[in-house]
Design a protein around this ligand. Structure first.
Ligand code: AKG
Length: 313
């Protein structure tokens, strides 16, 4: 017999149709939250510049655009310098293993404070406005990850090195910042198939990762776009709408990526970003850091919630 507890677990699992019902349920229970998020998003959409509107249109069609025009270059410089310095102390484990052994996670407890460099970069007003315009409501910050990707002795590509979409929400909005130069090939550049083509890629009823051979056979590999650029290069990507892969780094090379995931407040997958609010926030920032829909208690010892319980990659 299905108990309430098992129904809840089922409704939050990756492949369940109950997730959609749960999402509508959350919106119905929190109408004021939903409305406020939409009203504020409408205002920020109306305030987008002509250039931002152009990028928003491309984002709608292709699911990926540059983000640098929206970022504070001084802040991004600081971020890159900070993460490059940290990377010097990171132990790289290249041993062949299943799973995501091709990157090391680089966040600490201090990064979870709302006034930390890591969180401030995720709260940049123009970035939030673009996320709000794309998602149709003030987004919820599902998580922040910083990965030091590196080569391994694995004999095959695995996990997010293979073609996949993320299914945490019906639309996703990620901010990527390369914090090292990514020249392509050995540096493991982020690679995607534009949204208008991705929608035609055939996958199972319960979608799985897709091999290069299968993507080739379907004729889409030739449309793949590779994002390269110097440290500080920033872009937005809808990882729900676009098949993507990355971190195919050669031994002897490394890539540092700062990745922020924004979703709708009643996202299909529930998140708790674990960020501790410790400075005065605007209303929009409050909504970005607290969904007001999921349980968002910050537990003691949950230090790496941003890293480990975070969004799918
Ligand atoms: O390592 C990469 O570039 C891919 C990451 C990824 O799959 C994601 O952020 O969803």
């Amino acid at each position: 017999m299905m108990t309430l507890g098992s129904l809840w677990r089922h409704s939050t699992s990756y492949t369940s149709p109950f997730r959609v019902l749960r999402c509508y349920g959350l919106r119905a229970v929190h109408p004021a939250n939903t409305l406020r998020r939409r009203i504020l998003a409408r205002k920020s959409t109306a305030a987008l510049s002509a250039e931002q509107n152009q990028r928003k249109d491309i984002m709608e069609r292709e699911g990926c655009v540059p983000a640098n025009p929206d970022t504070d270059q001084h802040l991004i410089k600081q971020l890159c310098a900070n993460l490059q310095e940290r990377a010097k102390g990171v132990q790289i484990d290249m041993e062949a293993k299943p799973g995501k052994n091709y990157w090391e996670r680089m966040l600490t407890d201090d990064d979870k404070k709302s006034d930390s460099l890591i969180v401030r970069c995720a709260l940049q007003p123009a970035v939030i406005n673009m996320a709000a315009a794309y998602l149709g409501e003030v987004p919820y910050l599902a998580g922040i990850s910083v990965y030091l990707s590196h080569g391994t002795h694995n004999t095959t590509w695995q996990a997010s090195q293979l073609w996949h979409c993320d299914y945490d929400d019906r639309r996703m909005f990620k901010l990527f910042v390369y914090c090292t130069d990514v020249k392509g090939g050995p540096d493991g550049e982020f690679t995607y198939i534009p949204k208008d083509l991705s929608k035609n890629v055939k996958n199972n009823f319960f979608p799985a990762r897709i091999s290069d051979e299968s993507m080739d056979k379907q004729g889409y590999s030739k449309h793949a776009k590779h994002i390269t650029g110097p440290a500080g290069t920033a872009f937005y990507i809808d990882t729900r709408g676009c098949y993507h892969l990355g971190s195919r780094v050669d031994i002897g090379h490394t890539r540092i990526a700062y990745i922020v995931t924004y979703v709708t407040a009643a996202s299909l997958q529930p998140f708790n970003n674990g960020i501790k609010i410790q400075h005065a926030l605007t209303e929009t920032e409050q909504l970005v850091l607290r969904s007001g829909m999921h349980s968002e208690v910050v537990h003691q010892g949950n230090a790496l919630a941003m890293n480990q319980g975070g969004p799918a990659m």
